[in-house]
Design a protein around this ligand. Structure first.
Ligand code: KG4
Ligand code: ZN
Length: 344
């Protein structure tokens, strides 16, 4: 039932991403050239609740997915006859959200006789690095820092992943989100902490979990240390609270502690494995200080996607899908969502 697709160039993949709170569709050519990148963000809706409400997220995806797909096709200037394959995130993520994207992808595949490949959201984040002006070289180490993960991944080729380290508790993005809530800075926390930190100074040494001898991370300690400072009224959350650190200084100190650990451990792992390249990926990779610090402290060349491609989008799904198609990884219409999908 599937059309034969060319592997020789000009392959256009439609990417679909609905794993969390962004409804996104994009068309990418040969895994590297962005023809369109449409994203409907639900951030303002979830900000009212201080975090993502899964039921609300899936309902919003249902409302947004068809217009976003139509926009992605129109912006790319393509019709269904120009599309060679569909890449869709099937995990990890929220089950109800993933189901919306996956079912739309399967319906399109059936209607237009197109092949589908299911993409791991974390692998997709890595592939945002193929959408810039230069191509990453293997072997490489990628630090994926998002709302749900802080993983150090060794890649020796396309589709060849070894997870060397992961977080034992809070992910880096989750820690940023919780710290912002503690400091009353709003949601999403990463950009809020980054903005606040620009007005403050690193005036307190918050604890770093080095976990010597292993490549894992832990961010719950630094978050709890911040909470204790606020509970002990050592951080000034409002102007009439007396003397103490400003919330800006606390944000700067928190950001410094998290980035110090991320950069130091990533460079150490990359040196140990003698890789040619370090990649940064995931929502936290949009953080300006993290991008700068990693570049300044690494003897190995560092690549980071444009900030807009670090947070959730569908170009990265299409890029990852392209390389999966090249490896012959096509799924049947029995493809299902896997909310706790692991990288293999
Ligand atoms: O990759 P992503 O968009 O979604 C997930 O797959 O989780 O990452 C979202 C996470 C959130 O925790 C958000 O606070 C964080 O990335 N983030 C940032 C920044 N922008 C987004 N963290 C630090 N600095 C930023 N500029
Ligand atoms: Zn993500």
């Amino acid at each position: 039932m599937f059309r034969v697709y060319a592997i020789i160039g000009g392959m256009k993949v439609l990417g679909i991403e609905t794993s969390c709170d962004e409804t996104a569709a994009a068309v990418v050519e040969d895994g590297t050239r962005i023809l369109s990148n449409q994203i409907a963000s639900q951030v303002e809706i979830h900000a009212r609740y201080g975090g993502i409400v899964p039921e609300v997220a899936s309902r919003q995806h249902v409302l947004a997915i068809i217009p976003i797909l139509q926009q992605a096709m129109a912006k790319a200037g393509v019709t269904w006859g120009d599309i060679d394959g569909i890449a869709v995130t099937n995990g990890p993520g929220l089950a109800g959200s993933l189901l919306v994207g996956l079912n739309v992808a399967k319906a399109i595949a059936l209607a237009h006789g197109l092949p589908v490949t299911g993409v791991n959201h974390l692998e997709a984040h890595i592939y945002a690095n193929w959408l810039g002006s230069s191509t990453p070289g293997f072997p490489l180490v990628c630090l994926i820092v998002s709302g749900g993960h802080s993983d150090l991944v060794l890649m020796k080729g396309h589709g060849d992943y070894v997870v060397l380290g992961r977080t034992r508790d809070d992910a880096a993005g989750e820690a940023f989100d919780k710290a912002a809530r503690i400091l009353g800075l709003g949601y999403p926390g990463g950009p809020a902490i980054e903005r606040a930190a620009r007005n403050g100074t690193v005036s307190i040494q918050l604890p770093r979990a080095w976990l010597k001898g292993c490549d894992d991370f832990s961010f719950s300690g630094v978050k709890t240390a911040l909470l204790r400072l606020v509970e002990g009224k050592k951080v000034l959350l409002s102007a009439n609270q007396g003397s103490g650190l400003s919330a800006w200084d606390a944000a700067a100190s928190f950001q410094e502690a998290v980035i110090d650990v991320l950069v130091t451990k990533t460079v150490a792992v990359a040196r140990e494995h003698r890789v040619k390249q370090i990649l940064l990926a995931g929502g936290v990779a949009a953080n300006e200080l993290l991008r700068r610090r990693l570049a300044e402290n690494s003897p190995i060349p560092v690549m980071v996607p444009e900030p807009v491609l670090c947070t959730d989008n569908a170009t990265m799904v299409a890029a990852c899908g392209y390389f999966r198609f090249q490896l012959g990884k096509v799924n049947g219409l029995d493809l299902d969502v896997v909310p706790s999908l692991k990288m293999t």
